[in-house]
Ligand binder design. Structure first.
Ligand code: EPU
Length: 336
């Protein structure tokens, strides 16, 4: 285990905001995890578990506690009756897992290509894109349970998955440290109809190969075109969530002429559309650029403080509320 002191949160997160964290502990074994929580208890310090920092925002005053980062890596494979189970250590970079599986012709997570982050963080917010989410293939996870001080297995059904949520970021927030995740994949490919943007890309490019490797290439190309690479431009991915609504609300929205999307994950109003209608696309607000092609993404061009984010966020949320009566909700979590 490596213990570092006074590390700027801005250097650990892709939005590049945030003052110093008192301790940053990099854990390299399950034993380290237990020891790090022991250290936290002894000194009565709060713990925040960070992954790649792609969905996390730091505050200006920093964090008077311990940031824990999972450095355990590796993928192990076990055959099942109709495919394979992959056990992935939580510190593995998520996109390596997608590359590994698509190279073997396995379907299940190919649409989750190029999502920045670590494997251990994937179930926490139930990462999803282009019609797939990690909940579809996840079998179980291994965790350290801080409530009992023991290592446990939590099954898919115990994790209570929904859009961008699981018990890990809601009812049991902060209780479990994800050591590894186990997913189940099969040979095969995704079935049509695909998500709109994929169908459009396929038509425009005359594509007919929908194998996992090809789908990975398609999704990667679509994402590269519209989503900024967090290693090049500071951002936290989608900053706002889409708005999921009931059938009754959908009828009202439809009557008003708002576009309503129905998918197997529910009915939603696209927040990107709401922001676009407010003429905010491409706008620079307090150092944050509302991304032109994917307006859910805020790019930190010149902001150096959380105060700036607070102002930019309020402006967007209020504009959308004034015009449409919907409150946008933030997707990234905040430290402290
Ligand atoms: N749209 C507009 N105006 C725009 C852009 C999009 O009206 O300027 C509409 C499109 O017509 C489309 C809808 O918005 O029907 C959805 O757009 P898109 O498919 O691009 O996805 P999104 O809703 O903006 C979500 C996820 C992304 C994920 C994509 C692809 C959330 C908050 N975001 O974005 O996830 O990659 O779908 O599945 O659910 C992330 O979480 O960081 C992230 C990038």
């Amino acid at each position: 285990m490596r213990v570092n002191e006074n590390i700027l949160i801005s250097s650990l997160t892709t939005m590049r905001l945030g003052g110093p964290a008192r301790y940053v502990i990099e854990v390299e074994s399950p034993r380290d995890v237990a020891d790090a929580y022991g250290f936290a208890r002894t000194f009565n310090l709060p713990v925040f578990v960070l992954g790649y920092g792609a969905n996390t925002i730091g505050h200006d005053e920093g964090f008077n506690g311990i940031i824990m980062i999972n450095r355990m890596r590796g993928i192990t494979e076990e055959p099942t009756a109709n495919g394979v189970q992959l056990k992935i250590m939580g510190g593995e970079y998520w996109d390596n897992v997608v590359e590994y599986s698509t190279n073997k012709g396995l379907t299940g997570i190919e649409a989750l290509s190029k999502i920045p982050g670590l494997a251990g963080a994937a179930p926490v917010q139930n990462i999803g894109a282009y019609g797939q989410e990690i909940a579809d293939t996840l079998v179980s996870i291994e965790v350290y349970d801080t409530a009992s001080g023991t290592f446990r297995t939590l099954t898919h059904d115990e994790l209570g998955f929904s859009y961008r949520h699981s018990i890990l970021n809601t009812t049991e927030y902060g209780r479990y440290f994800v050591i590894s995740i186990t997913i189940k994949l099969q040979p095969g490919q995704m079935q049509r109809p695909f998500y709109n943007s994929i169908e459009t890309y396929i038509d425009e490019n005359g594509l007919t190969d929908f194998s996992p490797a090809s789908m990975r290439a398609i999704v990667s190309a679509i994402r590269a075109d519209k989503l900024p690479d967090p290693t090049e431009k500071a951002s936290a991915g989608s900053f706002f969530k889409n708005i999921y609504i009931s059938e009754a609300e959908a009828e009202i929205a439809g009557d008003k002429g708002y576009p309503v999307h129905r998918g197997n994950d529910g009915i939603k109003i696209s927040s990107a559309w709401l922001i676009e209608q407010c003429k905010l696309k491409g706008k620079l607000l307090h150092g944050f650029r509302v991304n032109e092609k994917a307006p859910l993404v805020l790019i930190n061009e010149s902001a150096t403080s959380y105060q700036d984010l607070d102002k930019a966020r309020a402006e967007i949320i209020n504009k959308v509320y004034d015009k449409f009566g919907y409150w946008l909700e933030q997707e990234p979590v905040e430290i402290g």
